[in-house]
Design a protein around this ligand. Structure first.
Ligand code: AMP
Length: 599
């Protein structure tokens, strides 16, 4: 993720000074994290002493940790939903925060099939900017000279909607890119990107990608680092180049912009960068028309030092593809953040993806940790503090934020893998309950099961029933797509389920999945059509035999609803008899179902 602008500077000695200050800040806050955390909690509770939520739980102005922990419960999004709905409907009273709620950030997590809405306040933008400002000072310790060139980052805004009460609801990065913190940033060599702001802020995702790629190609010699937020987004950009290099080269050759760019603001911004350059066009054409695209990044952007994308968590599935395109350049995960709160940074950015550890910055929020496997459903969860976590132990992250979330379970599982001074460093294990994910989508087993049950209804008129299923996220296609393996039992050998019915099953599953999935399919085009692969009768018995041969207990064996292990996927693929794709995109409209019904 790109860093936020700091104060304007072109003078390298003051840049070095500024970097030193940022590194010193990290030293300071990690040297006494508990003290910092106590101060943060006290600040949050002081600022929000009068809010309804805290009063409801019996807190009347106390700001000490003991009282807070005794009275305020650990909660999930569903617990907060009634309060969030009130705010979304226009209640401006101080329910969660004493500061006005400036907007909702739509998280990629879902509840009831809809995006979660995270209330935020204006001051959070400053806190996010602070975290961004730490990234390049950290990075320059390992890769010097980055101030001498540009970053080619593919950054996008997504659609936004309004709640019935008139508050904007949009993803956190859309909110950030549209803010003056980003748009009006003074010149800074570390926020010097190949993409003009106008191309990033363009709502049309095709024009945005086209114009960003064109500018990136024009400035190829100046590019020192490339990236996107998530690995999936960067791979999509390379795929875009694969499809469109010929027209892009035409633009470079002639110095004119293809009419696909209809947005005049974007066109003007691109024309500020684009100059007729036949030699460059010829060079790019030569590279792109080679049969192998291995190392295409280093071939076209030869001065690139690293690829800046998140490849931890589910994004690790893209590492082999990135390695191939980049010829093994370092894949750098700089930060760990969410709509609820920005959490931390990677202080050793050139480490291997499997060794990435995030240091939570103790000033960002008040952090607590629920020990995994130690929380009896019937007992009140009892999280420990940042200073109490143990090396090697797994925890679920709980945050209390300045924006008004109190002891909120983020849903991420983290493992303590080391310490920076006295502050723990965490590896990201996974998000709880995610079975399938391609891009921002996170589909859990329950949701998948309900969708599949609904779709299997189409089989009834054909005397066919679904016996077993499993799924996997196929990222060998670009964009990746969900694959569902189905074993059917068909009564009477002459009956066949027509292909069109199985295609209907595909689209029914897609229509039943959450809004983040459907947006990825219909609007962002970041997910490909869902595929059903019919497998031979007896396939799932073979799967069980295989699992047992690997040591699974025969008594406890349950068909996994999602598979990741390559040999299992190979086994399933070897037993496929036919496959079907969703013939169209599922329906998706911005905003929430209930708001749209009001119109
Ligand atoms: P959102 O609320 O939509 O911004 O999504 C935030 C979630 O994305 C986090 O709670 C994590 O599950 C995931 N995420 C964010 N940063 C990282 C990272 N560096 N590594 C792995 N997962 C991440």
């Amino acid at each position: 993720m790109p860093e936020a602008p700091n104060n304007s500077t072109t003078d390298y000695s003051s840049l070095t000074e500024k970097n030193k200050k940022c590194l010193q800040f990290i030293e300071d806050v990690t040297s006494n994290p508990d003290e910092v955390q106590l101060r943060v909690l006290s600040d949050i509770l002081t600022q929000n002493a009068t809010v309804e939520y805290l009063h409801r739980h019996g807190l009347s102005g106390q700001t000490d940790r003991e009282t807070f922990k005794k009275l305020v419960p650990v909660v999930t999004y569903d617990d907060l939903q009634p309060d969030i709905t009130r705010i979304a409907n226009g209640d401006r009273s101080p329910i969660l925060s004493s500061h006005p709620i400036s907007e909702f950030l739509t998280s990629s997590g879902t509840s009831g099939g809809e995006r979660k809405l995270m209330p935020t306040i204006e001051a959070e933008l400053g806190r996010r900017t602070l975290l961004y400002s730490l990234l390049m000072p950290v990075m320059t310790q390992f890769v010097p000279g980055l101030e001498k060139g540009k970053g080619m980052y593919f950054l996008f805004v997504k659609s936004e909607s309004k709640t019935p009460g008139g508050l904007l609801a949009r993803p956190v990065l859309t909110s950030y890119y549209k803010s003056n913190h980003f748009k009006e940033r003074p010149y800074d060599p570390y926020t010097n990107y190949t993409s003009p702001n106008e191309t990033i802020l363009c709502q049309d995702s095709f024009q945005s990608m086209y114009s960003q790629m064109l500018c990136g190609l024009c400035l190829n010699q100046e590019v020192l680092r490339v990236g996107a937020v998530f690995a999936s987004g960067f791979i999509r950009a390379i795929r875009f180049l694969e499809k469109h290099w010929s027209v892009l080269c035409n633009d470079i050759r002639t110095g004119t912009v293809n009419p696909v760019i209809t947005d005049p603001v974007v066109k003007e911004a691109v024309l500020r960068v684009l100059k007729p350059d036949p030699a460059l066009a010829e060079f790019i054409e030569r590279e792109c028309s080679k049969s192998s695209w291995q190392g295409i990044i280093t071939r076209i952007w030869p001065n690139t030092k690293y690829v800046d994308v998140i490849v931890t968590g589910t994004m690790s599935q893209y590492i082999p593809t990135l390695d191939y395109y980049s010829n093994g350049l370092p894949l750098v995960c700089t930060m760990y953040a969410s709509s609820e709160c920005y959490f931390g940074v990677n202080l050793n950015p050139l480490c291997k993806p499997s060794e990435v550890a995030y240091t939570l910055i103790p000033t960002m929020a008040y952090f607590e940790f629920l020990q995994v496997g130690n929380n009896d459903q019937d007992q009140e969860p009892n999280p420990v503090d940042l200073s109490e976590v143990k090396l090697g132990q797994d925890y679920e992250l709980v945050v209390t934020t300045y924006a008004g979330l109190y002891r909120y379970r983020v849903g991420d599982l983290l493992r303590v893998v080391g310490f920076k001074n006295k502050a723990p460093q965490f590896s990201f294990i996974c998000r709880k309950n995610v079975a399938l994910s391609i891009d921002a989508d996170k589909t859990d087993e329950v949701e998948l099961h309900q969708a599949i049950e609904k779709a299997s209804g189409h089989l009834v008129p054909f005397d066919a029933t679904l016996i077993e299923y499993t799924s996997f996220a196929d990222t060998t296609t670009i964009p990746g797509h969900y694959v569902i393996f189905w074993e059917l039992s068909v009564k009477g050998s002459s009956t066949h389920v027509p292909p069109s019915v199985l295609e209907d099953c595909c689209i029914t599953i897609e229509e039943s999945l959450n809004s983040v999935y459907r947006q990825g399919r219909a609007s962002d085009k970041s997910i490909g059509p869902l595929e059903i692969r019919l497998v031979e009768p007896g396939t799932f018995d073979k799967l069980m035999d295989y699992a047992i041969s690997l040591g699974a207990s025969i008594n406890q064996y349950k068909t996994p609803r999602c598979v990741k292990f390559a040999p299992i996927i190979e086994l399933l693929n070897s037993l496929v008899v036919s496959n079907y794709f969703s013939p169209k995109c599922p329906k998706w409209v911005p905003g929430h179902k209930q708001w749209n019904n009001m119109n």
